[in-house]
Design a protein around this ligand. Structure first.
Ligand SMILES: [Fe+2]
Ligand SMILES: [Fe+2]
Length: 211
């Protein structure tokens, strides 16, 4: 059954979701955290792994903001529906990364509210530009996330099964999200647009690795 939400309803739901994204410990995963053996990495290596997991966590904060911004302005109910399942899986990713950071004795990024606001705006603008562009943007973003995840999986030591299990499941999900966005009618973005997106993601990865 579907129901129509008023603007006020939507604003309240949006505010609730943004708080759940930004307040520590409030994201609840629907699926159990992928797991494995705990790493025997030394202090320095653990710090490096935590830096990578912090990047991934902020990436998931951005994903929340992007999907929410897009849902606010998406035109067709079908598109909203098509993206709903992906958005739910993103909550799992957010919670899993936070859990792993906690286990590594590290914090989430202090810059998260900033990246949330920026991604929400980009999502809303993309959504307002029409469903084809908006879905294309999701596909291009997910492609980029997949690339980061593959790089991180190469860097994280084989014995850190916990981090690797999380990133492997995320990689599978993100590739699926990209495919769904294209299948729902998303436009394949030209290379120059993707290059600008890569540049923007460099700002995020280079800052959140540290803080
Ligand atoms: Fe994700
Ligand atoms: Fe995703």
């Amino acid at each position: 059954m579907s129901r129509q939400f008023s603007f006020l309803d939507q604003a309240l739901i949006g505010a609730d979701r943004s708080l759940k994204t930004l307040i520590k410990g409030s994201a609840r995963a629907a699926r159990a955290t992928p797991s494995g053996r705990e790493s025997t990495a030394d202090q320095q290596q653990r710090r490096h792994i935590a830096g990578l997991m912090r990047i991934n966590h902020t990436g998931e904060v951005c994903a929340q903001a992007l999907y929410q911004g897009q849902a606010l302005t998406a035109r067709s109910p079908d598109v909203k529906q098509a993206m709903a399942q992906s958005a739910v899986e993103e909550v799992d990713h957010l919670a899993w990364c936070e859990t792993r950071l906690h286990e590594l004795g590290a914090n989430t990024s202090v810059l998260n509210p900033l990246f949330y606001a920026a991604s929400f705006t980009i999502g809303a603008v993309a959504g307002a530009a029409g469903d084809r562009i908006s879905l294309g943007f999701v596909a291009a973003t997910e492609d980029q996330v997949c690339q980061h995840l593959r790089e991180h999986l190469e860097e994280i030591p084989a014995d850190d099964e916990k981090s690797r299990a999380i990133l492997s499941q995320m990689l599978e999900d993100e590739a699926d999200h990209a495919g769904k966005a294209l299948a729902a009618g998303g436009q394949v973005f030209p290379r120059p647009v993707k290059r600008v997106m890569t540049l923007m993601s460099k700002v995020m990865t280079s800052t959140t690795y540290r803080i």
